[in-house]
Design a binder for this molecule. Sequence first.
Ligand code: HEC
Length: 169
Amino acid sequence: MKHSTRSDRGLTRHVVAWCWAGAALIGGQAHAQNVQYAPGKVIFDSKCVVCHQAGGKGQDGLAPPLIELPGRYAAHDEGRQQLTMTVLNGMFGAITVDSKTYNFKMPSFKAMSDEDLADVLNYVVFDLNAKHDGAKPFTAADVKAMRASPMDGAKVREHRDVALKSIGS
Ligand code: HEC
């Protein structure tokens, strides 16, 4: 009797462990299917989400949404430079997105590696934006090239007008 109770408990433990493993596997598969740039998502969720919010939906009065313009920028040279210079140098100065004005400081992320910045840009462009007009992925070399011309956040804001013009906005 004592013996059978013990083995029942053992069986329960085994079943519980198996269910956990199954749930983790299903969770892992769903994750892999939904996100193309998983390493970029990890960076976004730790460094960007506090301002831009989950999925880049933005936060009124604080940080703009990142769900439409980045995908459009990424298909044009000036726009690609804009995205890269923004994460490297930050941006400062009022902007309007979807008729809402934002005038807070985007910090510089130049302390991050070229690879990590390319990953987070790819997550923003390809996972958060439904449209990306055939844009090619960002590479570490793209980030490295832009790193060679450091600038302040106000200059990045100025260049944003050039980038918007090049995408026809
Ligand atoms: C402290 C808050 C904050 C954090 C953290 C932050 N941002 Fe921003 N971001 C902003 C603000 C504010 C702006 C708009 C700046 C302005 O008004 O000049 C902005 C603008 C941008 C833009 C330009 C959007 C456009 O329409 O031109 C991109 C791209 C961007 N952020 C990406 C990121 C990424 C990627 C990260 C994480 C690596 C990040 N941001 C982290 C506040 C933040």
